[in-house]
Design a protein around this ligand. Structure first.
Ligand SMILES: [Zn+2]
Ligand SMILES: [Zn+2]
Length: 420
């Protein structure tokens, strides 16, 4: 049975929905790249101020934090990311982005962060409009630069912890290509940790006809690529999961010149810290050993970049949210498998020392999804996040994301029946 305070807060959705849809279309048409979310941040701050929140701008560059104190009770942090991607939109939507940056880079909300911003603004407004239904503090956090992997860290470095103080629970959500109106979560690992690494190995250049005068970094790099495959196959337990991809390998300029270096770029995905450390250490060990085996004249260089933390949902928090979802959404809420994508959200609760949960909600037209499913063409026909044709349907996507935030937050904030 759904608790009355939740339904009372969500009664306001009918009024909020109208401006939300307009706001969404406008935001979708005006995407901004990581760290450049100035227009978006300005609009968010204005809306939050109108809704009665204490608003802090320029937290970690373009981040916005809204705080609403409503008496004694838990502090609940809700987070939305604001940034877009360098993608040329090809959705054909009437509100499609035609924006390009000053240097000519096309921009698009191809990951759906415009959905997240709109839903959080709606949820924050609904909670502010019905203060008699709950007590505690709501922190609505709008984060820049998720796609650059450093937006959350930037807000933390800029004093986020001092700004919001102690937080009891933190939550975030992501729209994904499954039927709009449905949503799901899972306890434990929900999103992978990601690490990219640039490895430079050194050789000795020479003429292609005199290999005896060279240390060939092309052969060295090739040996490394092959040997790295043994990490997942031979060092990671079959019950653990890891992905190691060498996505780029560059060396040389001409067929008869042995170059003096090779550069490899790797990407690693893991679901627990031990496996993560093990894989990263194994890469370094193998690269160093192969360099020794080749007689490389200088030490290899390692540079880690685009690092995303593991998103591991707190079981207790997630259980409470899942129960609230089941109560409110019925069969539309379910448990989902872990996703291999990555997120920097957990840097925020990690800094605050708060337990957290992260869930997913659908953005695909349910009829289109069903048709694709029946034809066995989901991977062919349903556009995914980051693609130029990713186009969440307005409804019930916005309603569901907004309701989910309210339902989850109210699982902490609502008056207990005895207090009513
Ligand atoms: Zn993304
Ligand atoms: Zn995203």
């Amino acid at each position: 049975m759904t608790d009355a305070p939740v339904t009372a807060v969500l009664d306001g959705l009918a009024t909020v929905r109208g401006w939300q849809e307009d706001f969404y279309r406008d935001l979708h048409a005006h995407p901004e790249l990581p760290h450049a979310e100035r227009r978006t941040a300005g609009q968010v701050a204005g809306r939050m101020r109108d809704a009665g929140y204490e608003v802090h701008e320029q937290v970690g560059g373009t981040g916005v934090v809204g705080i609403l104190r409503n008496g004694e009770g838990p502090v609940v942090l809700l987070r939305a990311d604001m940034d877009a991607l360098p993608v040329r939109e090809d959705t054909g939507l009437p509100y499609a982005s035609t924006q390009v940056t000053d240097d000519g880079t096309p921009t698009m909300h191809a990951c759906g962060h415009d959905v997240h911003v709109t839903c959080l603004l709606g949820a924050a407004t609904l909670l502010s409009d019905a203060p008699e239904q709950w007590s505690g503090t709501v922190v609505a956090l709008f984060q820049p630069a998720e796609e650059a992997a450093d937006g959350a860290r930037g807000m933390v470095a800029d004093g986020l912890v001092e700004l919001v103080g102690s937080v009891d629970v933190a939550m975030a959500q992501h729209v994904l290509p499954f039927p709009a109106g449905t949503l799901g979560t899972r306890p434990g690992p929900a999103l992978s940790a990601a690490d990219s690494m640039r490895v430079t190995v050194h050789g000795r250049g020479a003429h292609g006809s005199t290999p005896q005068a060279a240390v060939d970094p092309v052969v060295l790099a090739a040996m490394i690529v092959v040997r790295l495959q043994s990490i997942v196959a031979r060092e990671v337990a079959p019950t653990d999961t890891a992905v190691l991809t060498v996505g780029s390998i560059q060396a040389g300029t001409k067929s008869n010149v042995i170059p003096d270096r090779a550069v490899l770029q790797l990407n690693v995905r893991t679901y627990d810290e031990q496996t993560r450390t093990k894989v990263l250490e194994a890469i370094e060990r193998i690269v160093r050993a192969e360099c020794t085996a080749s007689g490389s004249p200088a030490d290899p260089e390692f540079e880690l970049f685009d690092r995303y933390p593991l998103t591991r949902n707190d079981p207790e928090v997630t259980g409470r949210v899942a129960a609230a979802f089941a109560d409110f959404f019925g069969h539309r809420a379910r448990e989902l498998p872990a996703q291999s994508a990555s997120e920097d959200f957990s840097d925020i609760p990690a800094a605050l020392g708060a337990p957290y949960t992260y869930w997913f909600f659908g953005g695909t037209d349910p009829d289109a999804y069903r048709a694709a499913e029946e034809a066995g063409r989901i991977t062919d026909d349903i556009p995914v996040n980051h693609s130029a044709t990713f186009a969440p349907v307005l409804q019930p996507t916005l309603d569901t994301g907004t309701q989910a935030l309210v339902v989850a937050a109210m699982a902490w904030l609502q008056h207990s029946p005895s207090a009513d």
